[in-house]
Design a protein around this ligand. Structure first.
Ligand code: ADP
Ligand code: MG
Ligand code: ZN
Length: 485
């Protein structure tokens, strides 16, 4: 009998906060992948001795927002702590963080699983700290860029409630969406502003023990988070099957070979010699203040999804639309331009996304295409008014997608307007029926679905200009007459 294993995963996520200035000094927070190295630094974030940090209120506000969005308790009494370790990107020799008294704790997040169910993941804590500088390795030398040193960082830690790579992926997607909705992070993992580190162990299905875990660092996409988690769960299972044990350690992820690589045997909290930061007073957050911040929270993905459901959208469509804030905003602009909710969702999710996908765009890049939300609303109106039919509308969309421009103009340029010219419709139908006598016989013998085939032929001959209802009506009349003969 082979043992089946399940994963036990707790995620530690580091999110840089999109404040204007850094956590403890006035230097600007910039895109550290493009700014010239060491141009946004000062004695405080360079770790000069004797410099005094000052807490950035905006960073505290953002941390409270995230804490509230994750259903956490917000601590009234906060203490910053020194986490001591040496690394060339950490000039002070310690990082200012929070240890025993995090700003937020005991929360939860509902994740959406691929089978349509939801699952609640406990949030253990979220605390404020500062980011380190960045090492750049060039040939045989290593350079250090301190632009990132002191950027506000929020560490968000889950309970070990995640049971598979798929759940880890769902958690990551939901958390990223919330951070982006809140406007506190761009969600761009490839730039390192959002970093996810899973702690992974495995156990036989049905057991409730917590076995030795490993931590995987430096994952730069949700895809690698999912793959690294799956890889480790499988590896643990194999080790246990062979009677081996897992050693607690830190791994990296080799994107090329799609496997984890041992980095170091795990350090423990005592190695960091945490103690209260003597340069900062405790931070008091009143309940009133928390309520003020709560009032500023934007609508979050779940609330938006429920509102879309109430407009008549399917659960699946609503979830896809809210998964990314850019897409949700775009969709709402289509509605604001007067479109019906369901039709707008169909056009966006089926037609627009298909064209983007073919051109190699991800949904969140919808802002950079030539089609505008108002175009979709206009297109739907043209179809509803009977000016063009659905196929013609798709042709119009093709042209707007390639070149931009207004739907009505394309209808004119391409001559796609429908004609309610009964004479022209009758002429084409007569020709089609004469050319396809066997199909007419089959229809008269009771094969009703032949109508659809004949209808298709007529519509094609009409080059999209015949209104479907008119064709259907005339075709039925003519067929009935033929069968009666
Ligand atoms: P540390 O501070 O050393 O990183 P924590 O106890 O704070 O350790 O836990 C870090 C993460 O590891 C949390 O997300 C937690 O849920 C997770 N975790 C704890 N025990 C296990 C386990 N046995 N298997 C997988 N993850 C675990
Ligand atoms: Mg840790
Ligand atoms: Zn500075």
């Amino acid at each position: 009998m082979t043992t089946q294993y399940e994963g036990v995963i707790g995620l530690e996520v580091h999110a840089e906060l999109l404040t204007k200035s850094k956590m403890f000094c006035g230097c600007a927070v910039v895109d550290s992948t493009t700014a010239a190295p060491n141009t946004y630094v000062c004695p405080i974030c360079l770790g000069m001795p004797g410099m005094l940090p000052v807490i950035n209120r905006a960073a505290v506000d953002y941390a409270i927002m995230v804490g509230l969005a994750l259903n956490c308790e917000i601590a009234g009494y906060n203490v910053f702590a020194r986490k001591s370790y040496f690394y060339p990107d950490l000039p002070k020799g310690y990082q200012i963080s929070q240890y025993e008294l995090p700003l937020a704790r005991n929360g939860w997040l509902m994740i959406d699983l691929p089978d349509g169910t939801q699952k609640r993941i406990g949030i253990r804590r979220a605390h404020l700290e500062e980011d380190t500088g960045k090492l750049v390795h060039l040939g045989n030398s290593s350079l250090v860029d301190f632009n990132r040193s002191g950027v506000p960082l929020l560490e968000i830690v889950t309970e070990p409630d995640i049971r598979s790579d798929i759940e880890a992926e769902a958690y990551a997607r939901k958390l990223r969406a919330i951070l982006v909705y809140l406007g506190v992070n761009t969600g761009d993992m490839s730039k390192g502003v959002l970093r996810m580190e899973p702690n992974i162990s495995a156990r036989p299905v049905g057991s409730d023990e917590f076995r030795t875990r490993v931590e995987v660092k430096n994952l730069n996409s949700i895809r690698s988070l999912q793959r690294a988690s799956a890889y480790e769960i499988a590896r643990h299972g194999k080790v246990y099957d062979q009677g081996g044990t897992i050693q607690q350690a830190t791994f990296g992820w080799d994107e090329l070979r799609q496997q984890t690589v041992l980095q170091r045997v795990k350090e423990s909290a005592s190695d960091y010699r945490y103690f209260p930061e003597p340069d900062l007073l405790p931070l008091h957050i009143t309940e009133d203040y928390v309520e003020q911040v709560r009032e500023r929270l934007p609508e979050l993905p779940d609330a938006k999804r429920d509102r879309f459901l109430a407009l008549g959208l399917s659960r699946y469509d609503a979830s896809v639309l809210v998964a990314d804030r850019t897409v949700a905003d775009w969709y709402e602009k289509v509605l604001a331009a007067g479109a019906d909710a369901k039709k707008a969702a169909n056009w966006l999710l089926n037609e627009v996304f298909a064209r983007m996908n073919k051109a190699g765009y991800d949904p969140e890049e919808i802002g950079s295409i030539k089609v505008q939300p108002a175009d979709i609303a206009a297109l739907i109106k043209l179809v509803d008014a009977g000016t063009i039919n659905n196929n013609a509308a798709k042709t119009v969309l093709d042209n707007i997608y390639e070149n931009g421009g207004a739907p009505a103009e394309w209808v004119q340029n391409l001559g796609l307007e429908q004609t309610r010219d009964t004479g022209a419709v009758e002429a084409v139908i007569d020709r089609v029926l004469t050319d396809n006598p066997k199909d007419v016989d089959r229809f008269c013998a009771g094969e009703e679905k032949v109508v659809r085939y004949l209808m298709g032929l007529v519509m094609k001959e009409g080059k999209g200009k015949f209104p479907a209802d008119l064709v259907m009506q005339v075709l039925n009349e003519k067929l009935a007459a033929k069968c009666g003969q």
